[in-house]
Design a protein around this ligand. Structure first.
Ligand code: HEC
Length: 122
């Protein structure tokens, strides 16, 4: 009986592995953001704004989201350099914003995530 149970468990594990979608490295990095953000057009805002179309746009201009005064008046435009700094350490780029995220120290990971954001928010 014990043997039957073990082999059944093994089979179930194999099945679920086969069914799991392959995640790209970008997808994995996005896990750090997705609790608060969505990417695609017409997806709802969460704790943070939906990011569709934000690349190279002025900060705090996604319609229908209530931003902090700090971000609204920051004058930031989301080009590569500003975005890299934001993801690295939001508090270093801007004081008084409301994004509760400590930062991503690895530059190559940030570059991957930025590439992913560009693809997914078009
Ligand atoms: C705990 C929730 C939370 C997490 C995690 C989070 N964000 Fe945010 N994000 C926010 C909030 C809230 C704002 C709006 C900040 C403000 O108004 O000051 C924001 C703003 C932004 C903006 C500016 C949007 C605009 O319209 O100007 C970008 C870009 C952004 N986040 C990207 C990211 C990325 C990339 C990650 C993951 C590395 C991430 N965020 C993780 C909550 C979060």
């Amino acid at each position: 009986m014990a043997i039957a149970l073990i082999s059944f468990g093994g089979l179930a594990a194999e099945r679920s592995n086969a069914a799991a979608p392959k995640l790209s490295q970008g997808d994995r990095l996005w896990f750090q953001c997705r609790a608060c953000h969505t990417l695609k057009k017409n997806e709802p805002h969460k704790l943070g704004p939906n990011l569709h179309g934000f690349i190279n746009a002025k900060a705090a201009t996604r319609p229908g989201f209530k931003y902090s005064k700090a971000l609204t008046t920051s004058g930031i435009v989301w080009n590569d350099a500003e975005l890299d700094q934001w993801i690295k350490k939001p508090n270093d780029l801007l004081k008084g914003h409301r994004m509760n995220y400590a930062g991503m120290t690895d530059a190559s990971k940030r570059a991957l995530l930025i590439k992913y954001l560009k693809e997914k928010t078009r």
